[in-house]
Design a protein around this ligand. Structure first.
Ligand SMILES: [Zn+2]
Length: 249
């Protein structure tokens, strides 16, 4: 059995470039630890797509900064998106990923293959079980912020105790509520801000926090916010209520 997660981990940035080029990207910009592609995730024609699809090497995830609703997605999901756009067979793409990952080289592809009849052998493999290793951040960075329960959240019914329990902080400089995100092991993995100034809200109510030029974002889809605090209760009561948004727990 082949584990798609392990295969994905073996994909080098060069493999990713080959794969995304194969999927239709006509250009790319390679930077130190990320690669920028045209947004072929939601544009059929790469030439018409803007360079807003970022691939981050440490998380091995793509983020589309224009049309796609997901916070981030992996190479398999990009295949799936292309398949849906081009109305092609998904298993076919998955098998191509497998071929590339196994052989570390792209076999000869051309547009003809989209029309060939193809029988998938994907069914013999495990489906992707995504467990990400999201890099951790030193908690010292939070010392830049202070504890201050804002009227906005108190009025929303978030008590001071709850804010303390979730280490909700406040940024005096930018007048925003600071929401540290921890993983299950209580390690800091991302910092988000709830903007309070109207001019900041124009860019989004909730945004990743930027400190000295570094953006402390993380793939939200792959971490359950608050699990570090409620894990024991979930084990005790064998019940979990999952809701959307940081305000929910
Ligand atoms: Zn997109």
């Amino acid at each position: 059995m082949i584990d798609l997660k392990k295969l994905k981990e073996q994909l080098t940035p060069e493999d990713i470039i080959e794969l995304v080029t194969f999927l239709g990207a006509d250009r790319f910009i390679q930077r130190n630890n990320y690669i920028i592609f045209p947004t072929i995730c939601h544009n059929i024609d790469s030439e018409e797509a803007s360079l807003k699809l970022y691939y981050y090497e440490n998380s091995q995830l793509f983020k589309c900064y224009t049309g796609c609703p997901e916070e981030s997605f992996d190479i398999y999901a990009l295949f799936e998106k292309r398949f849906k756009l081009l109305k092609k067979n998904y298993d076919y793409y998955k098998d191509i990923v497998l071929v590339i990952a196994k052989n570390k080289k792209v076999v000869e592809f051309n547009n003809q293959i989209f029309n060939d009849k193809y029988e998938s052998d994907f069914s013999q493999y495990n489906s992707p079980n995504i467990v990400l290793n999201i890099p951790t951040i030193s908690k010292r960075i939070l010392k830049a912020f202070t504890f201050f329960p804002t009227a906005e959240w108190l009025n929303d019914g978030i008590s001071e105790e709850a804010m303390k329990e979730y280490n909700i902080l406040y940024s005096i400089d930018r007048n925003s509520i600071i929401i540290p995100h921890y993983n299950e092991k209580n390690e800091l993995i991302g910092i988000r801000g709830r903007n309070l100034n109207d001019e900041d809200i124009a860019y989004g109510k909730y945004t990743p926090v930027q400190i000295e030029g570094k953006i402390y974002s993380h793939p939200l889809t792959y971490n359950l916010y608050g699990l570090n605090n409620v894990k024991e209760n979930i084990e005790r009561y064998r019940m979990a209520i999952i809701a959307e948004g940081e305000l929910s727990p």
